[in-house]
Design a protein around this ligand. Structure first.
Ligand code: G6P
Length: 613
């Protein structure tokens, strides 16, 4: 590895910034020579340019420029060297040479980044960076508590970390054990969104082959999914540590998961409280439940840590520690990356480079999607993790000044080379609506395990070849890509890439002037779901009244809607009835599902007290 580090050392880079125009062909923004076909939105020109990329069609000149670029490997190599970023302590490299930003664009962005760096600095000092919710944003403090603006919070962070480590050690050593087993063997994590995605990604990336405790997740209110997880545990439910994670402590899916698991414990004759752990904000519904029921342990969440940046709080650290993952190394990796991304030199700041590339590639309006391609099975869930981090942070209707902007960046991906046998065909040749990010891991296997499956070539060489081949093939067809390289998948490097993307999202949000730390749009779906359930109760109450008559009075959909005083909800009422009918509920529906007008409904049993009302 030493030789590679040497190869990538900054001393080998040319000191002068290459003029991209001087290179044979990279596309330029705002000029007629722009090279890539584009389908961006016609509105919102965020930069002061003479023309947007969307103004420029897929011309012959563009094609020529693209070809020229491919023909000049020397210029491309110079661009590679000129822009290659490395963080030696982390063994992390960032290559943005295959994104076609121009010198003019960089100059413009440097100007814009001044404000973004300032906003980030203020955020780290404790400003109310989430104005809508009046909250500080402090996930960076979790890995460097000396940054915390209030001494009490510093103590809280440090004490929580110590208590996570000692609790995990005691569980693994069997000092804390379940009532009817010699030790805990399984973790069942119940949580959703930011209370699941980080722990899932970390487990997939870093858990050893034989962890001290194996982990499973309930991250939905799908009864069949929950049954499956519980069934898979089987008799090991008796040695399962159930960690219920919810920052707010009131998320319905998580509450439902908890109630289902508690039912399974009751049915197995087990005492849930002796095996339950809560991670939530103090005095939340979940916290109060856990305290009153006397659960095994409770760990805090803080209002200044958002769900999607909570993986380095107890949310991610406790499950990781219980799986034998070195959480202090994860924190160290994140802290080193945090430091590296505080520099206000754009070219030496990997998070800023990412944000700049996103802005370039998507016109600062999300006109292209971010495809994440890790060439490493253990990083499979990175794209799913990033979906929440990026899309919940950046997908906003209004900017900070109240203008309608409908911002966002769509993220998806899976892993290479698997995807080469699935959707890379479209990326290479199809609709050009994305830019790619390759995540490369240099170390194929632990030392001493490799072998050559044909002369001079290992299995890992194939993976390497597939990545490089795809990167080249995409570029050759005018499709931009970023490459993030890490030496190995370790707690340190995983902490670092999480921190890298957290900061890139924060900086990008400043560039496009939006609040990255709230999620007002999520509430609309939750509210609508609650309204559906409320309507269901009204439907049941109306049906109950009609079914208690003698003779029973079957009702048409129109009659139900009318009696619910909700004629505009007739379609939803039909769906409610179809769903309940399919699940053998008390309700009896006559007629054909395919023709709603023919349906007549009554309840199989009348409840004189009308418990649905
Ligand atoms: O951790 P919880 O409070 O249960 O929240 C879980 C999730 O709920 C919502 O959907 C939010 O939009 C997410 O940001 C959050 O991660």
């Amino acid at each position: 590895m030493a030789s590679l580090s040497g190869l990538f050392s900054s001393s080998l880079k040319p000191s002068k910034t290459l003029s991209v125009k001087a290179l044979s062909a990279p596309p330029t923004r705002g000029g007629d020579s722009f090279s890539f076909p584009h389908t961006s939105k016609p509105t919102h020109l965020p930069l002061t340019l003479s023309a947007s990329r969307s103004d420029i069609s897929h011309t012959d000149a563009a094609t020529a420029a693209k070809k020229e670029l491919i023909k000049d490997p020397d210029a491309l190599w110079k661009r590679y060297l000129d822009w290659l970023y490395q963080q030696k302590d982390l063994g992390l490299y960032l290559d943005v040479s295959r994104v076609g930003f121009t010198d003019e664009f960089v100059v413009d962005m440097e100007h814009r980044f001044k404000a973004a760096f300032k906003a980030m600095d203020e955020l780290e000092k404790g400003s109310i960076a989430n104005p809508d919710e009046g909250r500080m944003v402090g996930h960076y403090w979790l890995r460097n508590s000396s940054l915390v603006p209030k001494p009490t919070l510093k103590t809280l962070i440090e004490n929580t970390l110590d208590s996570i480590c000692s609790f995990a050690d005691d569980i693994i050593a069997g000092k804390i054990k379940p009532p009817s087993s010699p030790r805990f063997t399984q973790i069942l994590s119940v949580g959703i969104g930011g209370s699941a995605l980080g722990p899932q990604f970390v487990a997939e990336a870093l858990a050893p082959d034989n962890p001290p405790l194996k982990i499973r997740f309930i991250d939905n209110t799908d009864p069949a999914g929950i049954d499956h997880q519980i069934a898979q545990l089987g008799p090991e439910l008796a040695s399962t540590l159930v960690i219920v994670i919810s920052k707010s402590g009131g998320t319905p899916e998580t509450r439902n998961g908890l109630l289902e698991v508690q039912k399974a414990f009751r049915e197995a004759g087990l005492n849930f409280a002796k095996q339950g752990v809560a991670i939530t904000q103090e005095n939340s519904l979940l916290d109060n439940t856990a305290r009153i029921e006397g659960w095994l342990a409770r760990f805090p969440m803080y209002d200044w840590v958002g769900g999607r940046t909570s993986v380095m709080s107890a949310v991610g650290l406790l499950p990781a520690a219980l799986q034998g993952i070195d959480i202090r190394e994860m924190l160290t990796g994140a802290a080193i990356m945090d430091e590296a991304t505080r520099t206000t030199s754009l070219k030496n700041n990997p998070a800023a480079l990412l944000a700049m590339c996103w802005y370039w590639a998507s016109d600062g309006v999300g006109s292209k999607d971010m495809v994440i391609l890790p060439y490493k099975d253990s990083l499979l869930l990175f794209s799913r993790y990033l979906q929440q981090l990026v899309m919940e942070s950046l997908g906003k209707e209004f900017d900070l000044d109240g203008n309608t902007v409908n911002q966002g960046l769509t993220v998806y991906g899976n892993k290479g080379s698997t995807d080469q046998h699935a959707y890379i065909q479209q990326l290479r040749e199809g609709v050009h609506n994305f830019f790619a990010t390759f995540i490369e891991v240099l170390r194929d296997r632990p030392p001493g395990h490799d072998w050559e499956l044909e002369p001079g070539v290992t299995c890992g060489d194939y993976l390497f070849g597939m990545l490089q081949g795809t990167r080249s093939a995409l570029y050759a067809n005018g499709r931009e890509s970023i490459s993030v390289t890490i030496e190995e998948v370790t707690p340190r490097s995983v902490g670092a890439i999480i921190a890298l993307y957290e900061r890139a999202v924060g900086l990008y949000a400043s560039l496009v002037n939006i609040n990255a730390y709230h999620q007002p749009g999520v509430e609309a779906g939750k509210k609508a779901a609650a309204e559906v359930l409320a309507l269901q109760k009204r439907v049941l109450s109306v049906l109950n009244e009609a079914s208690c008559k003698d003779p029973v009075e079957p009702l048409t959909l129109d009659e139900i809607a009318d009696r619910c005083h909700a004629p505009e909800e007739i379609e939803m009422i039909y769906k409610i009835i179809a769903h309940m009918s399919a699940n053998d509920r008390v309700l009896i529906a006559e007629g054909s599902c395919g023709s709603p007008r023919s349906v007549k409904v009554y309840l199989g049993e009348c409840n004189v007290d009308d418990m649905y009302a």
